[in-house]
Design a protein around this ligand. Structure first.
Ligand code: PHE
Ligand code: ZN
Ligand code: ZN
Ligand code: ZN
Length: 285
């Protein structure tokens, strides 16, 4: 399993910050800062050898913006493992933790996979969603457009706010096979994890679970506070929001916990190898 360099993830976040700075301070779906974010991801993924599609999500499904879908060659095309993150932010600020962090981590994981180019067991697909902030719209549209092909998706993994400065280590559906593929990474690193109760049905994984697709993911938390016990075990502040800049102008490049960010990326690549890379490269459980 390749090791993800946190500095490379940070470089993508710097780019999202610069895009916001140059486009009215935000990356809201349908606006210039969103289009520039799409172009950045598309260019990186194409250069790495991915098959990349932009899918416009028109009204009434979305308020604007396109999804970006990228598939890696190899593996069983009838068994797809999908990674996803919403690429849009709210109008109030640059949206670096929400959700530059999810967007940048899956991007760097995708680039690391391409560089390593291992033999694949399952097909791996990455999605960057438009218009999540207005109601999980881009991901819902993607599922709608897939029709019967949605049954090929055997697991969906969601990343929304993975580097909250007062955050924790939360996993969606932690006791499922998908959830365990992340938990295993954190267990080995000696980091305690918990079920992601704050995020239930509040991000794009809901679009997939509503369609009958198993889902998991990792998050560090939004506006909810940490309990005393959580603060103690993660070395953070009790009774304070996990992300003090949630949906605010201060969700900038400074609003990132580099340690939590790096662990999220490495948990992702560990899960990707476990779930989709061939047994000749990594043993299947
Ligand atoms: N989906 C929410 C947003 O983008 C963020 C969120 C995720 C909130 C998980 C709570 C839990 O604003
Ligand atoms: Zn948000
Ligand atoms: Zn979000
Ligand atoms: Zn398995």
């Amino acid at each position: 399993v390749p090791k993800i360099d946190t500095a490379k993830v940070k470089a993508h976040l710097q780019k999202f910050q610069q895009i916001a700075d140059q486009n009215g301070g935000n990356r809201r779906s349908g606006r210039a800062g969103y289009t520039a974010s799409v172009n950045y991801v598309v260019e990186k993924m194409k250069a790495a050898g991915y098959d990349v599609t932009t899918q416009a999500c028109p009204s009434p499904d979305c308020t604007g913006g396109s999804n970006v879908i990228a598939e890696w060659k190899g593996g069983d095309a009838n068994q797809v493992i999908m990674f996803g993150a919403h690429l849009d932010g709210v109008a109030a600020g640059p949206g670096i933790n929400d959700n530059g962090s999810g967007s940048a981590t899956i991007l760097e994981v995708a680039l690391a996979l391409a560089e390593k180019n291992p033999a694949m067991a399952k097909r791996v697909r990455f999605g960057w969603w438009a218009d999540e902030e207005q109601g999980l719209n881009g991901s819902r549209y993607y599922i709608k457009q897939l029709g019967a092909n949605k049954s090929k998706i055997k697991g969906y993994l969601n990343f929304d706010m993975v580097a909250s400065v007062n955050g924790g280590y939360f996993i969606n559906n932690i006791n499922t096979e998908l959830g365990k593929s992340f938990k295993e990474y954190y267990d080995k690193a000696g980091i305690p994890t918990e079920e992601n109760t704050e995020g239930r049905n509040r991000s794009d994984d809901a679009s997939f679970t509503n369609a009958g697709i198993s889902a998991s993911g990792v998050a560090a938390g939004a506006s909810a506070t940490l309990t005393a016990a959580q603060a103690q075990k993660w070395g953070k502040k009790a009774n304070a929001p996990r992300d003090p800049c949630y949906h605010a102008a201060c969700d900038t490049i400074k609003n990132i916990d580099d340690t939590i960010l790096g662990h999220s990326a490495n948990a992702q690549v560990t899960a990707l190898y476990k779930l989709a890379v061939s047994a000749t490269s990594a043993p299947e459980p």
